[in-house]
Design a binder for this molecule. Sequence first.
Ligand code: 5GP
Length: 191
Amino acid sequence: MLQNFTTFAVFISMQSIQVNGKSFAKYLDSSTIDNVVDGIAKQINSDYKDQKPLFIAVLNGSFMFASDLFKKLTIECEISFVKLSSYTGTSSTGSVQQLIGVGQNLEGREVIVIEDIVDTGLTLGKLRVELQNQHPKSLKLLTLLFKPGAFAETYPIDYVGLEIPNDFIVGYGLDYDGFGRNLPDIYSIVK
Ligand code: 5GP
């Protein structure tokens, strides 16, 4: 039986899409993203050559990036997940909720946090303090995307895939009110 695709929340055309009633234009295609992920993986493989780091990926948004990055790592490593939330709709709420904790002993470990995107930096800042309290041997922060125009913190981000303008984006794991995470490309909001 034929499906009625017009009932889906995400409508895809060539370069622009509607996600949950808002318009987005294509910003980064999947091959560009793949090149960026590749670059980060090569750097990590070199920096952590003789170590066994533990990656902590921040859910939900980083699931796709974490999966692609992890497949490109050739070093011995582990991954765990935390679930945080600070966004509703297209803006940060200013408070961070931890919905699932790390559940792993970090003491003496080389820890690398994997974020999909750093905007104000509030989410990563809160997590960073919590993880530091568990006395890892080292703690590095890694993000696929970084919005320098929105960043309101002073801590360093050790690995940045791409710097982007201060616009709301969806796709490649990033959502607009739950929708759009499945898109293989990244789209920017049309104002
Ligand atoms: P921050 O605390 O740095 O302001 O926000 C970090 C979190 O907000 C990210 O992990 C991500 O979940 C969400 N976020 C920030 N900017 C965007 C964006 O442009 N699009 C989407 N979909 N989520 C974003």
